[in-house]
Design a protein around this ligand. Sequence first.
Ligand SMILES: [Zn+2]
Length: 87
Amino acid sequence: MTDPKDYDDVTIVCFRVGERVLVVDGASKTKCEGCAMDVWIAPSSRRIRAENKHARVVCAQCAAKRLVSREQLDEIEGTLENRKRRN
Ligand SMILES: [Zn+2]
């Protein structure tokens, strides 16, 4: 198993402050490096960030944009919309 510290580029995905998510005990606020929104960072993630100078903190929205193309994102959103309509 590869230790996360060995990766050159570690992405820490955080949830934006204000979203209805469960905030981990001891979490603190920091800024998303993609959109500069306030996000919650958990103590475990803070440790990874302190130990890895390549670690980037991004919100879930920016992480999704990095991983998938705009077209894919539209497809995913379209699928979610369809599911909502069916329910
Ligand atoms: Zn962001």
